[in-house]
Design a protein around this ligand. Sequence first.
Ligand SMILES: [Zn+2]
Ligand SMILES: [Zn+2]
Length: 177
Amino acid sequence: MLETPTDVTLTELAEVLQVLLDLNIPQTTIDNFGLTWLRSYLQAQRPSTEYPKKPPKCFRCLETATRYTTSKTNTKGNGGRPYFKCDPCNKFLVFADYRGNYPRHDPQRGPEDNICHCSVSTKRLIAGRDKNNPGQVFYVCRQGTCDAYIPCVELGTNRAIKIALGLQSELAELCII
Ligand SMILES: [Zn+2]
Ligand SMILES: [Zn+2]
């Protein structure tokens, strides 16, 4: 974990599980059992919530969205990922997959558990290298039907939670982001 006055960067998988999923699994256990084991374990402990199967209506213009898939060579950690976009508005709406679909919303847990403007649980994403806050974890509408943007911050200190971009592909494989 790297700490600055304004943010905290999680550099190990075990830290990510602790901070984002409230699961205490030692890094040595993860190293010993491997990612395939961890993926099954997470699916049992923290199953992801549904994503939109049909194109949502754009919340800006009310037109029905169109389904696309990102290029396999997408450099933002999102290669081959299906998503919905509004063509008339030329706006990305939501990824159509289970990744980062945060199932819990318990206000006692703080900002982590915020719900979107549609009053449902959110989808966890991470800002890529091309953004001004690379590695920042944030939550958006899981259904693509509102423009919620909820930065993930540390309880108590309000410091931004970031994840080392080197962990990105493992976290994608585990459906955490
Ligand atoms: Zn639109
Ligand atoms: Zn929403």
